[in-house]
Design a binder for this molecule. Structure first.
Ligand SMILES: *Cc1c(COP(=O)(O)O)cnc(C)c1O
Length: 378
């Protein structure tokens, strides 16, 4: 059984995929080919924003967004403690300070109360200027952007939505990638919409930021790429990856519907013995991960070992919070504590999920977890 079955997906899309890739090879337009523009238009339409700018990966997408706002030394950027390293790494890389917030157990996303406390603590200290908040749509579910927007407005913060896992997620009829002032996503192969290598994108409604990011991603180009008007980076999406993504985007809604049905089945089969993901009314997940919570760390480790002994892969996203990462040792925590993140790190387990998981395999996962939790199979 695969944790996320990418090989099967290729087999299903093979005819169209091979044709799309050969077309790029024959055109020799390997960089900035017409598929890149076509993809950017299709992605902007899908997400429901004015501009999509593709780039080399989801980490660069975050960096490009921060650069376009001029975020750097002396600035504070608020980041949920429970996320992939990039969400905070890019802030520190730009010379600003990531300030961590706790999360909510039901959704795994940023706790708005913790955000507000952290902003006030930074203001009270008076050394850093609060500039932005990175809202992560963790495991596929959009963060609570209604409440976070109120706080952001109150303190004059930009919202940078890290939708690396959120692509396909929705709330109140809007799609992930449309909630931030700028949003980013990743096309790493295992993400909800993945390519065959690294890739990423930035989304925004702002003409000015979009123009700036288009310049920054190609060496700060002016009227052409040999006219360099600012310091930028080299972060483009290959034409081959754009061609792959155009094929995958066409299949995406059907895949998402299948994954959603599978998530429903997990919930039905497991909700009486483990804590299953809570999807708030009016929202939908893009199901980057299906993550359950066991009663405690001992039970989590026992369930994972039992799955492994029966050839079922599972993953722990994440083992530790950002404040516990060696790279952030010594960072000021502004009086915030992270009880929910620490608790979740010890109890969380992500299960095999992909549109191509068979009903039989999923049934096996459910049965094994029930056996391990009730003790009947161990
Ligand atoms: C994967 C991921 C990223 C980084 O994307 P890459 O394409 O691997 O650089 C950033 N943030 C989150 C939340 C992610 O899951």
């Amino acid at each position: 059984m695969q944790f996320r079955d990418l090989r099967k997906q290729y087999q299903v899309l093979k005819t169209e995929m091979d044709q799309a890739m050969v077309e790029v090879l024959e055109s020799a337009g390997y960089i900035s080919g017409r598929q890149v523009t076509e993809l950017e238009e299709a992605l902007a339409r899908y997400v429901g924003v004015k501009h999509c700018i593709t780039c080399a990966n989801g980490t660069d997408a975050l960096t490009l967004a921060l650069m376009s706002w001029g975020i750097g030394e002396g600035d504070a950027v608020f980041v949920p403690d429970f996320t992939f390293f990039s969400s905070a790494e890019t802030v520190a890389y730009e010379g600003a300070v990531p300030v961590f917030t706790d999360i909510l157990e039901d959704t795994f996303n940023m706790d708005p109360d913790s955000l507000e406390r952290a902003v006030r603590a930074v203001l009270a200290e008076g050394k850093l200027t609060p500039k932005a908040v990175v809202t992560v749509d963790l495991f596929g579910l959009p963060a609570d952007h209604d409440r976070i927007r109120q706080i952001a407005d109150r303190y004059g913060l930009y919202i940078l939505e890290d939708a690396a896992q959120g692509f396909g997620g929705t709330c109140q009829g809007r799609r992930a990638g449309s909630f931030g002032d700028i949003a980013t996503t990743s096309f790493f192969p295992a993400k909800p919409l993945g390519c065959y290598g690294d890739g990423g994108a930035v989304f925004t409604d702002s003409d000015d930021w979009a123009a700036l990011i288009r310049s920054l991603r190609i060496h700060g180009k002016g009227s052409d790429k040999y006219d360099n008007v600012r310091i930028g980076m080299n972060s483009r999406l290959d034409t081959l990856q754009a061609a792959v993504l155009l094929v995958k985007l066409k299949a995406f809604q059907k895949e998402l519907a299948d994954t959603d049905a599978m998530a429903e089945k997990y919930a039905e089969g497991l909700k009486d013995c483990v804590k299953v993901p809570v999807i708030p009314e009016g929202c939908g997940s893009g199901w980057a991960q299906y993550s359950i919570l066991l009663r405690n760390g001992e039970e989590r480790d026992r369930v994972q070992a039992y799955l492994k002994a029966n050839d079922v892969p599972s993953m722990i996203y994440y083992q530790r919070g950002m404040h516990q990462q060696t790279a952030f040792a010594g960072y000021c925590l502004y009086g915030e504590t992270f009880p929910v993140t620490e608790e979740v790190c010890s109890r969380v387990l992500s299960l095999p999920l992909s549109p191509y998981l068979t009903a039989e395999d999923q049934g096996k996962v459910i049965r094994l977890i029930r056996e391990a939790v009730t003790g009947s199979g161990v």
